[in-house]
Design a protein around this ligand. Sequence first.
Ligand SMILES: Cc1cc2nc3c(=O)[nH]c(=O)nc-3n(C[C@H](O)[C@H](O)[C@H](O)COP(=O)(O)OP(=O)(O)OC[C@H]3O[C@@H](n4cnc5c(N)ncnc54)[C@H](O)[C@@H]3O)c2cc1C
Length: 461
Amino acid sequence: MTKLQTETIAELMAHFGGEVLLPDSTDYDEVRQVWNAMIDRRPALIARASSPEDVVRAVKFARKHALIVSARGGGHNIAGNAVCDDGLMIDLSLMKRVQVDPGARRAEVEPGCTLADFDAVAQGHGLATPLGINSTTGVAGLTLGGGFGWLSRKYGMTVDNLLAVEMVMADGSQLRASASENEDLFWGVRGGGGNFGIVTSFEFQLHPVGPQVLSGLIVFPFAEARTVLTQFARFTETMPDELNVWMVTRKAPPLPFLPAEVHGKEIVALAICYAGDPAEGEKLIAPLRGFGKALGEHIGVQPYVAWQQAFDPLLTKGARNYWKSHNFARLSDEAIDTIIEYAGKLPSPQCEIFIGTIGGQTTRVAPDAMAYSSRDAKYVMNVHGRWESAAEDEQGIAWAREFFRKAEPYASGGAYINFLTQEEGDRVAFAYGPAYKRLVEIKKKYDSTNFFRMNQNIKPQ
Ligand SMILES: Cc1cc2nc3c(=O)[nH]c(=O)nc-3n(C[C@H](O)[C@H](O)[C@H](O)COP(=O)(O)OP(=O)(O)OC[C@H]3O[C@@H](n4cnc5c(N)ncnc54)[C@H](O)[C@@H]3O)c2cc1C
């Protein structure tokens, strides 16, 4: 340990309410390890904040000692910017309070909450806001990049439901941003990621949801991929906002409702959620069963919180993950052909190509209303490379990159900032499109020294 660290750690610890971890602390390795095992960084210190005041202390400390800072919410981001080498990682995962005002249908959520933490409390009141589809994801990073999931067609992006944030800025001051306070900052945080400061509280609009929803999977053989995908593409263009259907093609996991001989073979699955009266939903999803000769299905009325966790077993922490992503306004026949070609050569049993369907309410907000501006995106494709050992990196990455390039001509432009990897810093301006120029101005105003740069960085120049 250097002299600087020895002297300064005591200074930070003296007033810190949470925990300060050093490389030799018991929990250090567990806390520094993020979801994507390809990221292996070692911060000099980890400050596990327990309050906004702790975040202020940590920011001021890092500033004083010229340490690079990273902020960790759920630690899920593929690029791994939640953890830095040799700097100060501010871990917010101990800050997990969720407070719901059921009358006003509003929730105040601390930045360490996972989607499961938030959903559990909100659903206690029969309420929810659009979040992602893997319950261990952090609310903080998901929201700051835009956020979408099963409810987005009906209620918009997560950021469309964000009412206010409390933040710690680069100089350690605290600010509130909303439609009527620091409006430019509020415009920027709704999609601009962690570029402007550390959010210590999010306030969301909630909506009545479930608590039981019609949801589940229908699985088709890969041999029928073309007809299934073509019908999926046309069906999703006109379905009502309450209904959402996503497509995933991968090798079948050993799901009990699939015949054993299908396990490990390529399949096409439709994942369905109806955020309305289940009886009405049953009628609307009936045509999906006719898209092909299904291998099996598992659809029923279940708690919304259970459906929010349905994909968790396939998306556990600790595997090596490499992603590529495009937005689409429409899934053309050529795009479908390309998807099928690359789904036919998946480099590992855990790789998948998924199409997250948005549209509906997400497209009815003006593109200049906030930093998230991809309002023409009706589908977000994720090429999800995933495997266990570093020896598989080369082949898996090559597959994802090649597919990404081949699919590019059919994409609509822009990109989902939350799906960019660490090597895609040069795609940040492209991802934001017309919003980027204003984001640079806001960055200049609120973080002119680029103190917060462990993110998909908007440079203040
Ligand atoms: C398995 C899986 C499934 C996913 N599914 C979806 C989905 O359905 N829909 C969707 O929209 N996205 C989805 N995502 C993407 C997800 O939204 C991003 O990975 C998001 O960044 C995760 O947030 P986090 O808090 O867990 O991440 P972290 O890695 O902790 O944080 C990501 C970045 O956000 C910033 N940040 C975090 N907390 C704060 C804070 N309090 N203040 C300021 N900046 C902060 C930092 O720059 C940090 O580097 C998924 C990701 C995974 C891994």
